[in-house]
Design a protein around this ligand. Sequence first.
Ligand code: ZN
Length: 138
Amino acid sequence: MIKTEEIKFESQGDGEIFDLTGQIAEKIKSSGLNSGTVTVFTPSATSAITTIEYEPGLLQDLPEFFQKIIPAEVSYKHDETWHDGNGYAHLRAALIGPDITVPIVEGKMTLGTWQQIVFLDFDNRARSRKVIVQIIGE
Ligand code: ZN
């Protein structure tokens, strides 16, 4: 069985972090699938998917970490191409990557207790976002 779904939401951008774990778990539950994998993918070049412990400290640490390694104020070649000022957002998205795949066992994702699936929006403006959730298995 292959089931492909979407999660849609409005984002403010600028490093906003969304916990998608609950919505993904709901889609797996309603699919009735017992064993397989779920792939979560963002079709965007300025956002990323990863896991963190979704708690207030890390929600501050993570943006600070990105600011240290890929500062927003630095001029990047991409900004000369498009003048959209979000070269840093593309680089941060490339570093983290657009997807994650999680095994499903007995109808549930095999995530650790403190491991949430998060969407990171690095862009420098608000926009409508869409994430693809594809469930494969039996
Ligand atoms: Zn751009």
